[in-house]
Design a protein around this ligand. Structure first.
Ligand code: GRG
Length: 616
């Protein structure tokens, strides 16, 4: 391309046109800040698995600050801080971190995490996933690891697609590496759509805004430039894609350099117009150093017009999330469970709405959500998938709501008030309360057998089986039977057995479900079961205590009713002081069972504390 002139034939200057946007994207900045913050919070060293982003200068700078980069987690000392890279990791790595009792800081880019969730959803619908991306790239390995082996085929080229042994009528779904080439992805998507009859694809491209904007910006400049300089690491996929985009736009001489020393000076000196861009993982200083060098060769810098980027991501949580007060964590679970139940039990239009209205009345908008919180916090501690935990926790809340509805019926405890409102049979009628309870019970099982609980059918079957045993003839129903028909000579052990069956077994189910979702070790599962056994009893004894000493308004239900109904509770068996003492010793035992989990069990410790100190 001819350089600009000023009326004569002689060139005025050599031009260095800078593409916009270029350099760091929001996800990269977030990940780098997370490492800096982790060093600040925990002190050096913090360990980073693999390159936090694919740029050696970034890695070198963070090393100086106190980060140690390792290839695998077995190089990290037990209990240390391990930071997982922005490219994302497969759940296997989270499991390995858990086994080494590491404090993990996960910097996975939120847009990569979105692709992870998407492939899991596609897998659940039974489609084979075609993941367009660079074979062997960490983002691809992490995405493939989200679903069972064989569920994804990685397509890096038309040759990969041609080699796929799949029939044209196979139901497939498309996902794309967020840093892949926009142009190549479009070609592969077309080829896939030509080959397969049933192709599901996300409504908008998986390729992230930063990759798209940078490729588009350099593509525009490259067609009119003599040469292009891409500042970035050879390891960086998005840097290489910027070089590809420049070539695709028609520029034949493209330099991918990680600093001024790598510039091919004799070659670049021949150019009159150079367009320059930088990968999303390239720091501004590296770009500046390259520009300064080109300026010293006689180039004059021009900024080009480009798209503004305003996306900002919430920072990575560095402080252990167990530093958050329990109330905040329970509030998050409450909100997510409420949303899940509201959708699952969507209000219906039509003539027969009474049943669904009654079910919604029973399960929405009230309660402490202790069982849901226990399930989700245990699942989080074990690093199970959060959305599955919310789904299972919502199923448990359906079952719990059913037991409260039936418990309040005149033939059982005969209560008019529940969660500060008329109990269901008072608000509707007894027959509706029986049916709404039955339907909620059925819904709990339906939800556990749904793929949203877990993609593995064997795990779902175990969840269903376990809940059936929890509520049936040796569980809740028996506990209620014992409560309604106490033996004349009930011993404190009989009373405790009844309390365990009436309340404890469901709390047991919560932690068992979390253990199943996380596929944790038998040892961890046993510890959690022992914890929940003590917790269930402590919780029910506190319920008995609150019936005696609590305030009906705060509790949202009638108090002092156990004595009137002739029920034999922990208070009758142990006396009020004895019951206090027993619940305190059970809470202490809870803490003992959690000790081996270390700091990550803090939320469960707080739940145990809450169970015996609550006033509602
Ligand atoms: C499940 C087949 C089947 C039968 C149910 C009616 C019945 C049999 C069992 C009753 C179980 C029951 C209501 C036990 C009491 C447990 C208890 C302490 C409930 C109060 O729990 P909270 O305080 O309630 O967590 P919120 O309203 O906060 O959710």
């Amino acid at each position: 391309m001819a350089p600009p002139t000023s009326g004569s034939a002689a060139p005025v200057h050599k031009r260095l046109i800078l593409a916009n946007p270029r350099g760091f994207c929001a996800g990269v900045e977030r990940a780098i800040t997370a490492v800096e913050d982790a060093v600040d919070y925990y002190g050096a060293p913090v360990f980073v698995r693999r390159h936090i982003v694919h740029n050696q200068a970034v890695v070198d700078r963070l090393e100086v600050l106190g980060a140690k980069f390792v290839a695998e987690l077995d190089e990290v000392p037990e209990g240390a801080v391990a930071i997982l890279s922005a490219h994302g990791v497969s759940p296997v790595i989270h499991r390995a971190a858990r086994h080494r009792k590491l404090r993990t800081v996960d910097t996975t880019c939120p847009l990569v995490a979105r692709v992870h969730a998407q492939v899991v959803d596609y897998y659940r619908t039974g489609r084979h996933i075609l993941l367009i991306g660079q074979q062997g790239h960490p983002q691809i390995l992490a995405t493939v690891g989200q679903v069972p082996a064989g569920a994804i085929s990685v397509i890096g080229s038309v040759a990969d697609l041609d080699a796929l042994p799949l029939a044209a009528n196979t139901a497939v779904a498309l996902s794309v590496q967020t840093t892949f080439s926009v142009g190549e992805a479009a070609e592969l998507v077309s080829a896939i759509k030509r080959r397969f009859l049933d192709v599901a694809a996300p409504s908008s491209s998986d390729i992230c805004f930063a990759t798209t904007n940078r490729q588009e910006a350099i593509g525009r400049l490259a067609s009119a430039a003599d040469q292009v300089v891409v500042v970035g690491d050879a390891l960086s996929s998005n840097a290489r894609r910027l070089a590809d985009a420049s070539r695709a736009a028609g520029c034949r001489i493209v330099h991918l350099v990680n600093g001024p020393d790598a510039l091919d000076i004799p070659q670049i000196a021949k150019a009159n117009v150079v367009a320059l861009t930088a990968a999303a993982s390239t720091p501004a200083e590296q770009v500046r150093a390259v520009c300064d060098h080109l300026v010293s060769l006689g180039f004059v810098v021009e900024e080009s017009q480009g798209r503004e980027e305003s996306t900002k991501f919430a920072p990575v949580a560095i402080a252990p999330s167990d530093d958050l007060p329990l109330a905040d964590r329970m509030e998050t679970v409450r909100r997510d469970v409420e949303r899940c139940l509201d959708r699952t039990l969507a209000a219906k239009a039509g003539r027969h709405t009474r049943l669904i209205e009654a079910m919604r009345y029973a399960v929405l908008g009230g309660g402490k959500r202790l069982r849901a919180s226990l399930t989700v916090l245990a699942a989080e501690m074990l690093e199970a998938d959060y959305r599955r935990a919310i789904w299972v926790a919502s199923a448990i809340e359906c079952l719990h709501a059913q037991s409260l509805v039936h418990d309040d019926l005149p033939c059982m405890d005969d209560d008019d008030l529940r969660r500060g409102r008329p109990s269901l049979h008072r608000q509707f009628d007894e027959a509706t309360a029986v049916l709404a309870g039955d339907a909620l019970l059925a819904l709990a099982f339906e939800m556990l057998s749904d793929e949203r609980a877990h993609p593995d059918g064997a795990i779902r079957a175990r969840l269903v089986n376990l809940l059936a045993r929890t509520v049936g003839k040796d569980g809740l129903a028996l506990g209620q039977m014992m409560d309604l028909n106490p033996l004349e000579d009930s011993s404190p052990d009989d009373v405790e057995q009844c309390e365990v069956l009436k309340t404890g077994v469901l709390l047991n189910f919560c932690v068992e479900a979390a253990a199943l979702l996380a596929d944790c070790s038998a040892e961890e599962r046993q510890r959690l079961i022992r914890f929940s056994q003590q917790l269930g009893l402590a919780f029910q004894i506190r319920d008995d205590i609150l019936d005696r000493i609590g305030n009906a308004q705060e509790m949202g239900k009638r108090t002092r009713k156990d004595r009137r109904s002739g029920r034999i509770t922990a208070i009758e068996a142990l006396g009020l002081e004895g019951a206090h003492e027993r619940s305190r010793s059970l809470a202490a035992a809870c803490q003992d069972h959690l000790a081996a989990f270390g700091p990550r069990a803090e939320p469960l410790r707080q739940i145990a504390e809450f169970a015996v100190s609550r006033m509602h």
